[in-house]
Design a protein around this ligand. Structure first.
Ligand code: ATP
Ligand code: MG
Length: 464
């Protein structure tokens, strides 16, 4: 009684872990129609066998906010083997924390057994993935439903929804926080960030995505603890960065990262880059355009996005390069590889993206050449469309004249006569077709083998 009174006076009702608050339909207002058929069938199937089963995590949060969840996860007190036995198409995945994937047609529902927190759980999970050899992997640490609530990161991510009874179970005042639109870390924030520093990035991403404020106590330790991100495997950091970039709120995520001081450990070049207004404009515009594409259900390519983020660095290196007699393609490859390697010390940018990023970059000077056969050859570039989109972005950011982008917009769609009339006569020095050193510096790997990208342009591809 007294405890309850005190906590009410303090403004936060003390959660009672043994008695979750239960919200019925009139209070939680979840639109039952927004729940995936698969998640409902999984819960029903498990209930029929006498197990507990709830939709959990981000899906409940999003449903209560009236947003369509990205994916539906189910948590249960059944073990993975017991879950598998209930469904016809189900398989156990994962080594350390074993989950079950239950398939219904196109849909896959991830089912996890309630588990308890224990130190460094998420980080260990990651290590386990990174290190395939030699390590003895501990068993699953199953737990009660309450423990499963506590091991989660934010209170709004620790809600359980039973679609059959149409009830939300709340052990940690997540519903209050959801209504107040605030992210509150479960437990002691500093300890939870130390357990798993990625939670700091999740705070930035979720606050941006949900337009929530980060609770003061949850926010306070972040800038001080940001350097802990250096101990997170680079692959996991890259995954988190990608989630932010593809969240549909990339611009807002970046703003939150910077406000929290987390960008220094994720995208360390940003501070330096943003001193230059045009570079900043370009990066911000690239993120805003990405968000627009996602809002319009158009695809976005991670390689394009990363190429945009890193372009000002490549551009800067090319401008600064004093190649002397070095062929252009050598300069370009040195600049591009230099930028990529410097980033890889922090972020595990997958090497499979390199070729596409380089193609986008190296095509840029070719757009400046609008005479003779060169524009025609550029049109046949297998990734012309992406290279052109990149050019348009640069034009919008004021990196190249809009007139150039407009010219290419018209040239693409023009008929042959029109194209001929559009070609610029004075297109710089004549081509030196058989340059020596053509094959040096890896030219030809990424589209640089084209005559167009060779010595006839200066570092920026500007003629003369
Ligand atoms: P999104 O909408 O981006 O999917 P999410 O909150 O659902 O957001 P997921 O990565 O799908 O994020 O994680 C599902 C749930 O797992 C979270 O809601 C949270 O309860 C828990 N979780 C995820 N990552 C962590 C973490 N690092 N520490 C503790 N709990 C976590
Ligand atoms: Mg999720």
């Amino acid at each position: 009684m007294i405890k309850q009174f005190i906590s009410r006076v303090l403004g936060r009702k003390k959660p009672d872990l043994h008695n979750p608050r239960i919200f019925r339909a009139d209070k939680h207002k979840i639109d039952h129609g927004a729940i995936s058929a698969g998640a409902i069938r999984v819960c029903e199937g498990l209930h029929a066998e006498g197990y507990k089963a709830f939709v959990v995590g981000g899906a409940v949060r999003d449903l209560m906010l009236g947003r369509q969840p990205k994916d539906f996860d189910v948590a249960t007190d059944a073990t993975p083997e017991q879950v598998r036995a209930v469904f016809r198409r189900a398989r156990i995945i994962g080594r350390r924390f074993r989950l079950v994937h239950v398939m219904f047609g196109q849909e896959t529902v991830e089912v996890s057994t309630f588990r308890a927190n224990h130190e460094r759980s998420e980080a260990d999970e990651d290590d386990a993935r990174a290190d395939e050899h030699g390590r003895l992997l501990r068993d699953n640490v199953f737990g009660s439903q309450e423990e499963d609530a506590i091991r989660r990161d934010f209170t709004v991510n620790a809600l359980f929804y039973d679609p059959e009874r149409d009830e939300v179970w709340d052990y940690l005042s997540g519903v209050d926080d959801l209504k107040a639109r605030r992210l509150v870390m479960i437990g002691d924030p500093e300890a939870r960030y130390r357990e798993d520093p990625v939670r700091m990035l999740r705070a930035a991403r979720l606050a941006a995505k949900l337009e929530f404020r980060i609770d003061a106590k949850t926010e306070a330790p972040i800038s001080r603890l940001a350097p802990l991100l250096d101990n997170v495997p680079a692959a996991r950091l890259f995954d988190e960065l990608l989630k932010m970039l593809l969240s549909g709120q990339a611009a807002a995520c970046l703003a939150r990262l910077r406000a929290l001081g987390l960008h220094r450990n994720l995208l360390p070049f940003l501070d330096e880059l943003f001193k230059d207004d045009s570079a900043r404009r370009f990066v911000e515009l690239a993120l805003a355009r990405t968000d627009e594409r996602i809002a319009a259900d158009k695809g976005v390519s991670p390689a394009f996005l990363l190429a945009a983020l890193l372009w000002p660095l490549v551009d800067r290196r090319i401008r600064a390069a004093d190649g002397g007699t070095l062929p252009q393609q050598v300069l370009w490859h040195e600049a591009m590889d230099g930028v990529l390697e410097a980033q890889r010390r922090f972020l595990a940018i997958p090497r499979k993206l390199d070729a596409t990023m380089k193609e986008l970059w190296v095509a840029q000077p070719r757009f400046l050449q609008r005479g003779g056969g060169r524009p025609y050859r550029l049109l046949t570039h297998p990734r012309f469309r992406a290279c052109y989109d990149f050019l348009v972005l640069r034009a919008e950011a004021g990196d190249v004249p809009m007139e150039l982008a407009d010219w290419w917009t018209r040239f693409q769609d023009a008929d042959e006569d029109m194209r001929k009339s559009m070609l610029l006569q004075d297109d710089g020095p004549k081509k030196k077709r058989r340059r020596r050193g053509r094959r040096t510096g890896g030219g030809g790997r990424n589209g640089l083998g084209e005559a167009d990208a060779q010595g006839e342009t200066n570092a920026q591809g500007e003629q003369g």
